[in-house]
Design a protein around this ligand. Structure first.
Ligand code: AMP
Length: 188
C-alpha cells in the first residue's frame, strides 16, 4: 500500500493534480479540506464547529483531522494507495500519522511538494473563488491568514520530511500538464 503526501500551500494545485493522479494511478484521493466541507454542508456537529475556523483561515484541531484520516484508512483497506491532500498540516499531525502507519506496519511512500510563490497563491485562490465559490477563498483577510498559517504551522513539515529522505520538490508554477508530468515521474 502506497501513501503519497501531496504537499504545498493553499492554491498550489494539489486538488487539481490529485484528480489527475487518481485517473492515472488509481489511488484514493483524501482531502481533509473536502471532508470538512462535506461535514459543513451536512451541518453535522463537527461541520458546525469547523466552519468558524475554516472561514477565518485557521486550522481545525489536529485530533479532528487525524480522526477523519483514521476513519478513511479503516474504510478503504482494499485500495492501491492513498494521496493525502492537505494533510498533514502540522508537525503534530505528521507525528500522529507516522504512529498510525507504524501501527499498521506501513510508512509514508513519498512526499511530493508543489512549490509556488506567495503572489501566485493569492492569484490562484482568487481565480478559484470565481469557479468554486468557497467562502474562505473570497475574503482577502482570510486568504492572507491562510498564507500566514501555512508559513507558520505547515512549512516546518518540509524539514520534518527532508530528514526522513522522502521529500521531493516540484516546481508548481508551471502548467498543469507539466506539473503532472513531474509528479508522474516521482510515482513511477
Ligand atoms: P483546504 O481545502 O485543504 O485548503 O482546507 C480548507 C480548510 O480546512 C483549511 O484552511 C483549514 O481550516 C481546514 N483544514 C483542512 N485540512 C486541515 C488539516 N490537515 N488540519 C487542520 N485544518 C485543516
Amino acid at each position: 500500500m502506497n501513501y503519497y503526501i501531496l504537499f504545498g500551500p493553499p492554491g498550489a494545485g494539489k486538488g487539481t493534480q490529485a484528480k489527475k493522479m487518481v485517473e492515472k494511478f488509481h489511488l484514493k484521493h483524501v482531502s481533509t479540506g473536502d471532508l470538512l466541507r462535506t461535514e459543513m454542508a451536512n451541518k453535522t456537529e463537527l461541520g458546525l464547529k469547523a466552519k468558524t475556523l475554516i472561514e477565518a483561515g485557521d486550522l481545525v484541531p489536529d485530533e479532528v483531522v487525524v480522526g477523519m484520516i483514521k476513519n478513511v484508512f479503516a474504510k478503504n483497506s482494499d485500495v492501491k494507495g492513498f494521496i493525502l491532500d492537505g494533510f498533514p498540516r502540522t508537525i503534530a499531525q505528521a507525528e500522529m500519522l507516522d504512529k498510525i502507519l507504524e501501527g499498521m506496519k506501513k510508512e509514508i511512500t513519498k512526499v511530493i511538494s508543489l512549490k509556488i510563490q506567495d503572489k501566485t497563491i493569492g492569484d490562484r485562490i482568487k481565480y478559484r473563488a470565481e469557479i468554486e465559490g468557497r467562502k474562505d477563498d473570497a475574503d482577502p483577510e482570510t486568504i492572507q491568514n491562510r498564507i500566514n498559517t501555512y508559513h507558520k504551522q505547515t512549512e516546518p513539515l518540509i524539514g520534518y520530511y527532508k530528514n526522513s529522505g522522502k521529500y521531493h520538490e516540484i516546481e508548481g508554477e508551471k502548467s498543469i500538464d507539466e506539473v503532472f508530468e513531474s509528479i508522474s515521474k516521482e510515482i513511477q
